[in-house]
Ligand binder design. Structure first.
Ligand SMILES: *Cc1c(COP(=O)(O)O)cnc(C)c1O
Length: 488
């Protein structure tokens, strides 16, 4: 299996090289040349396997340059019970014909763990496979969730060092605490004066600074990134769509071959695109509902065929979906319109902030996708209704999807709502949605205790443990000191 750029050109590389490189030389994203197929018989066979083995089987179709036994070892290690005490990706019933795919049982209580627990193992192996002798130095600029998930995933991984930059005043107190207590010998966390864009631009500058890169090379490092456009983050996400289907089948909720719908709370379009690949492989899917918050650039795109970032940006209670450029949509454009047109659309996006696809292209895409969006008040209402009527606590991102699913699903349509975070990760807003008030007598962690008291539910262990962890990383530096801080 070879990987090509969404923007064309003749660069054709193996999966290990794609994972090491991250982005194609012409600025495009790596996509598999062909999408492998799963037959009904394959699905039946996978149904009998535990999650890690399903993952290894599915990943080996895409990462066919990796040793299959090694992949199995990586999957077993990544998705072990100690890391996912509630199961890697269990499915539960929410109400009749609506199910939740729970992707929040990992070490940081959000779905990014599903990819970031295994991707470091894939990268570390890719370095060996490509004969790389230097240490891979991973730089991340984060507005909160990704940084912590990357730190947890990469800590103490062989051949890798990681540094996360975050805007000192631009992340929540709990997120800051989560990062500042990070354990591991190869990790470092640095607050910077400024906002998220400052952090991100600082990292981009480091990547393009030739002299600095040479200096890092001499010190034994090559720079890489762990962001969501890397194929190594996308591929592991295909697995849980297939796994959810198999679990519903095993429980007798669906017949083999019956089509179901997935409703996905979407930001960068990575999660939902992985689901689309699963359907292209042969998973019986009726449609994908792309759920957005008030930043509904994707809803408009699926409605009109126009993608326009020229609009107001809103800060919402579902911050991981506060995005105006959904980078992974480029991969979908590639599948439906080819590399020439994709290159044109991306040029238009960077020059004018928008592009328009042809009506017949939109019609094809709409055979698979519908868009929906949920505002702030409806998000809070859905959290309250789900708690009152189903006895289930959902976070603000999941609530956006649950709301879209409830409004858009037809009679008898079976919908899997993809649940991307624990409610405790967004405890203050969830508590408010339930009509409670946070009692700030226990410092930064107060919202966790207030939500636990209000609902008589347990704080997830990784968040409860923050109370006793030692703070290792403090302080904030001006952004022009970011390059020097790499050598600390
Ligand atoms: C990252 C994230 C999303 C959005 O996922 P994409 O792959 O960017 O579409 C949704 N919910 C939560 C909680 C997230 O952390």
């Amino acid at each position: 299996m070879k990987y090509v750029s969404t923007r064309g050109g003749d660069q054709k590389i193996s999966s290990a090289q794609a994972i090491k490189k991250g982005i194609a030389d012409n600025g495009g994203l790596f996509v598999p040349e062909k999408i492998p197929k799963l037959t009904k018989k394959d699905l039946g066979r996978l149904a009998a396997l535990p999650y890690a083995e399903r993952a290894a089987e599915i990943l080996s179709l895409y990462l066919d340059d990796y040793d299959k036994e090694k992949l199995l070892g990586f999957c077993r290690d990544a998705y072990k019970e100690a890391s996912f005490p509630g199961g890697a990706a269990p499915v539960s019933e929410l109400y009749e014909n609506a199910y939740m795919l729970e992707l929040y049982h990992g070490p940081t209580c959000a779905f990014k763990d599903m990819a970031l627990q295994i991707m470091p193992r894939l990268l570390s192996e890719a370095l060996k496979m490509t004969g790389e002798e230097k240490t891979a130095y991973i730089l991340v600029a984060t507005s909160g969730d990704t940084g912590k998930a990357a730190l947890e995933g990469y800590r103490d991984v062989e051949g890798v060092k990681i540094k996360v930059f975050y805007p000192t005043d631009g992340v929540s107190d709990i997120q800051k605490l989560q990062m500042s207590v990070q354990e591991g010998d190869n990790v470092s966390v640095q607050g910077i004066d400024g906002n998220f864009d400052d952090a991100q631009n600082g990292v981009k500058k480091i990547f393009s600074d030739k002299a600095l890169n040479e200096k890092l090379n001499e010190a034994g490092y090559i720079l890489t990134s762990a962001n969501s456009i890397n194929w190594g983050r996308l591929a592991p996400q295909i697995v849980y769509y297939i796994s959810a289907y198999l679990d519903l089948y095993n429980e007798g909720r669906i017949k083999m071959g019956e089509k179901i719908t997935f409703c996905v709370p979407t930001g960068n379009f990575g999660n939902i695109f992985a689901g689309f690949l699963a359907s292209k492989m042969g998973l019986p899917v009726k449609r994908f509902i792309c759920a957005s918050n008030k930043n509904n650039v994707l809803t408009d795109f699926f409605e009109t065929g126009v993608y326009s970032r020229n609009r107001e940006f809103y800060k919402t209670v579902s911050p991981s979906m506060d995005i105006l450029i959904s980078s992974n949509l480029e991969r979908l454009l590639y599948v439906f319109t080819g590399c020439e047109k994709t290159r044109g659309y991306m040029e238009s996006l960077s020059k004018t902030g928008e592009y328009r696809i042809a009506p017949e292209e939109l019609a094809e895409i709409r055979k698979y996708f519908d868009g929906g969006c949920t505002g702030e008040e409806a998000t809070a209402d859905r959290i309250r209704a789900t708690w009152n009527n189903c006895g289930r606590l959902i976070d603000t991102h999941t609530a956006v999807a649950a709301d879209c699913a409830a409004r858009l699903a037809g009679p008898g349509e079976k919908v899997v709502i993809v649940s991307t975070a624990s409610a405790y990760k967004f405890a203050a807003d969830v508590t408010a949605a339930l009509g409670g008030t946070v009692n700030y007598d226990r410092g930064v962690l107060s919202p966790l205790y207030s939500l636990a008291e209000l609902t008589k539910t347990d704080i997830p262990a990784p968040l409860a443990a923050l109370e006793t962890k030692r703070v290792r990383f403090t302080g904030s530096i001006p952004k022009d000191q970011m390059p020097d801080s790499l050598f600390d």
